[in-house]
Design a protein around this ligand. Structure first.
Ligand code: THU
Length: 156
């Protein structure tokens, strides 16, 4: 078995379409809503749905650490509840680390990859994912499922 994953790299999100740049700007603006006093690692995420509605979210931590939730799952939950039934076409993820750095794109954690995968199974449509930084490098996967090959599902 071979698993091939296509990841397109850009030196800046300024090279993206205007719609994607708009979504990047919203993910960046979400960084200020991050509640991350424990890690000081802020993550912002945004999604554009098939009906062009945009939602944003950020990581929300808790003093009981495992209770915290990542930005990707926050924004997917918002989309799923506030825009029920509308497929997520594109997701953007950005971050700033505890030193305020954001040089290379964040790779979503395993739990978020599982959540993204399940969303694409529900919507039966691919979700583009844009992993970017405030000023720099951007990685794009046209199918976010590629982040989690051989994923777990209840249907075998
Ligand atoms: N975090 C995200 O929001 N998304 C990820 O994909 C990885 C990690 C958050 C969780 C926690 O609040 C902080 O980043 C440090 O792990």
């Amino acid at each position: 078995m071979n698993i091939n994953i296509k990841i397109t790299e850009y030196s800046s999100h300024k090279e993206l379409s205007s719609k994607d740049q708009e979504l990047v700007a919203i993910a960046i603006s979400q960084l200020k809503t991050s509640h991350s006093p424990y890690s000081n690692f802020s993550v912002g995420a945004s999604v554009r749905l098939e009906n062009d509605v945009i939602w944003g979210g950020s990581n929300q931590e808790n003093s009981s650490y495992p209770v915290g939730i990542c930005a990707e799952r926050v924004v997917l939950s918002i989309a799923s509840t506030q825009s029920k039934g509308h497929a997520v076409n594109t997701m953007v993820v950005v971050y700033t680390d505890p030193k305020g750095n954001h040089d290379s794109p964040l790779a979503p954690c395993g739990m978020c990859r599982q959540a993204i995968r399940e969303q694409t199974l529900r919507q039966k449509k691919a979700m583009k994912i844009i992993l970017t930084t405030k000023h720099g490098k951007t990685l794009i996967l046209n199918n976010a499922d590629d982040l989690l090959p051989l994923s777990f599902t209840l249907d075998k």
